[in-house]
Design a protein. Structure first.
Length: 165
C-alpha cells in the first residue's frame, strides 16, 4: 500500500466498523421490474472490503433502514451476525452494539450517507460519508468524506485507509 496518500484520519484502535447499506454499498438507486421486484447493484470492491476487515479481526455490522434480503448475503457469505434491517433509530441500535461488545466511541467507525444516519454518527468518534452523501451529512462536524462515492468503492476506500500501514 505504499505510495497511497491517506486522506482519512483513522485510528488503529478501531475494533468495529458499522455501516449503512443503501448509499454506501449501493449508489442509492434501485431498479423495479414489472413484477415490482427490486434490484440493487453492489460493487464487489466494497464486498472485498468486508472480507479484508474480518480477516484483520475487525468486527463488522450493518444497520439499515431497509429490509432488503440482499443484506442476508453478508450474513451467509461472511458469517456477519450484526445485520439489523428495518431500523429507524440507528443510534439506539449502534449504542446497543457498543454495549454488547464493550466498545468505546473511539473504537467504532460508522459510515453512512443520509440524515437517517445522524443519530449513529453522534455515537462514535469516527464518522465517514461517501462523496455523494447528502449535503447535510457532508457538513457535519467531524464527518470525513471519501473520494469515492457510495456503490463505487467508498466503503473499500475507507477499509484500505483503515488497514493501511
Amino acid at each position: 500500500m505504499s505510495g497511497i496518500k491517506r486522506k482519512l484520519k483513522l485510528s488503529k484502535d478501531i475494533k468495529m466498523v458499522v455501516s449503512d447499506f443503501d448509499g454506501v454499498f449501493t449508489d442509492g438507486t434501485f431498479l423495479i421490474d414489472e413484477n415490482l421486484k427490486q434490484q440493487k447493484s453492489v460493487n464487489f470492491v466494497d464486498i472485498m472490503g468486508v472480507s479484508l476487515l474480518l480477516k484483520k479481526g475487525i468486527m463488522f455490522g450493518i444497520i439499515s433502514g431497509e429490509t432488503s434480503d440482499i443484506l442476508e448475503y453478508f450474513r451467509h457469505k461472511f458469517g456477519v451476525e450484526e445485520i439489523h434491517k428495518g431500523i429507524r433509530q440507528k443510534g439506539i441500535v449502534l449504542t446497543e452494539l457498543m454495549e454488547k461488545y464493550n466498545l468505546k466511541s473511539s473504537e467504532v467507525l460508522y459510515i453512512g450517507d443520509d440524515i437517517n444516519d445522524i443519530a449513529a454518527f453522534k455515537c462514535v468518534d469516527y464518522k465517514i460519508a461517501p462523496s455523494n452523501a447528502n449535503p447535510v451529512i457532508k457538513v457535519m462536524k467531524d464527518v470525513q468524506i471519501t473520494e469515492k462515492s457510495g456503490g463505487n468503492g467508498a466503503f473499500r476506500e475507507m477499509v484500505d485507509e483503515l488497514l493501511w500501514e
